[in-house]
Design a protein around this ligand. Structure first.
Ligand code: MN
Length: 418
């Protein structure tokens, strides 16, 4: 598969006034002065300066867009998120205001700025919530057993990852070294990973914190989660396979996790909300999104996000996020049900997004059946990633009036082991 099935939409189609994702950037003349930007087409609006020029925000919101990161905005809570977004929307939809910010030089070409990690990542958690992915992986690793573990349909499985190695899109990824046990060998060896992989995922960014000891129910999702972004959970499969029993992923994943430079507010994705797949097992009350009242505020907590995975510019997969079994609201409820508190900047990822079809698989482990069936393209033949390979995730979601909401891309190139 090498051609997209439809005409490529433009940046203006994907990043119009109904989208307005937030990022943080610097310019070459002020590399030490990060500023909050809002993306419009292939330009970035200097949000703090625009708010000042147009007198968009009053107390208590006034300082939220002049900070060097999104942290204060994330912490400000849902009513403030709505006010700030509505104010920024007027700046880009009202012709007079748009003319003023344009004349003031506050709309910069994206190509002329450097994007930064937009918020301070507090804790990082990664889930495992695609039934298709978990089933495929189960069949590869436990061919004689049940593909899903007995707990899989009862709780969203996850692990705590490494927040300090979350990097912004474009950051090179150095091939990690580690222990692996070659097939048939008795003893492990040390060296650069030979089975470096991607995981196409969606990350959710927590804004409003919670108190230690208090669980956040599913219907608290929109009050606590600010937005989402594409995320690539780079994975050294050889290291992972040797180390993961019995405590789960560790060094096979902690070397780097890439996130998009743009955080899309949940408010921009109302049209993309969708019901998750049918529940085939009864759920405990704190996770039961089929109970009366559980979907009073909309169709459900699934999101219809169409993800595209490119290897060196060529499409290798198109995973559908709508197929995810566990929703972000259930993941949030589960990760706090023991009283663990949320902090502003907590990031939790969906797990590899895979759909039921062969071209909908979100990692090379599945696409190549653990290296048995290489994929081919203009890049040649691949089982796992080679040095110099570049992987890019993009996505779009249905928006108002039949339009599209683009998610900021996440890209990274593999550099040789140091
Ligand atoms: Mn993952």
């Amino acid at each position: 598969m090498s051609e997209a099935s439809t005409t490529e939409p433009t940046a203006d189609d994907l990043f119009g006034p109904d989208n307005l994702p937030y990022g943080v950037y610097t310019t070459p003349d002020a590399p030490e002065r990060p500023r909050i930007g809002v993306r419009l087409g292939d330009r970035v609006l200097d949000a703090g300066a625009a708010a000042g020029l147009l007198n968009l925000l009053e107390a208590p919101d006034a300082g939220l867009l002049t900070a060097p990161s999104l942290d204060p905005l994330l912490a400000a809570g849902r009513p403030a998120w709505s006010r700030v977004r509505a104010a920024l929307r007027t700046a880009v939809t009202d012709p007079d205001r748009l003319a003023r910010v344009t004349e003031a030089g506050l709309l910069l070409p994206l190509s002329g700025v450097t994007m930064r990690l937009p918020f301070t990542v507090a804790d990082y958690v990664d889930f495992y919530s695609s039934e298709h992915h978990a089933t495929n992986v189960g069949r590869l690793f436990r061919p004689d057993g049940e593909p899903l573990t007995p707990n899989w349909k009862h709780l969203p499985i996850g692990y705590h990852g490494r927040a300090g190695t979350v990097v912004v899109s474009g950051t090179p990824v150095v091939r990690p070294g580690g222990q692996r046990r070659p097939p048939g060998a008795e003893e492990p060896v040390f060296g650069p990973s030979t089975r470096l992989d991607i995981e196409a995922e969606v990350g959710f960014v927590v804004g409003t914190p919670s108190r230690l000891g208090e669980a956040v129910p599913m219907d608290g999702f929109r009050d606590h989660v600010f937005g989402l972004c594409l995320l690539n959970d780079w994975s050294a499969r050889d290291v992972q396979a040797w180390e993961y029993v019995p405590l789960g992923p560790f060094l096979g994943k902690s070397f780097a996790t890439s996130v998009a430079a743009w955080i899309t507010p949940l408010e921009a994705l109302e049209e993309a909300r969708t019901a998750p797949p049918e529940r085939t097992h009864p759920l405990l009350p704190y996770l039961d999104d089929t109970a009366p009242g559980a979907r009073d505020d909309g169709p459900g907590h699934g999101y219809d996000l169409r993800i595209t995975v490119r290897l060196n510019g060529e499409i290798i997969a198109e995973p559908p996020f709508s197929a995810m079994y566990w929703t972000a609201a259930q993941q949030l409820a589960h990760l706090t049900v023991n009283g663990a508190s949320l902090r502003t900047g907590d990031l939790y990822a969906s797990g590899t997004v895979s759909g039921p079809e062969p071209h909908q698989l979100g990692c090379l482990l599945e696409l190549t059946r653990n290296g048995r069936d290489p994929i081919t393209g203009g890049f040649g033949k691949r089982t796992f990633l080679e040095d110099g390979d570049e992987v890019t995730l993009t996505a779009w979601a249905p928006g108002p009036g039949g339009g599209r909401i683009g998610l900021g891309e996440v890209t990274g190139r593999i550099e040789p082991a140091g």
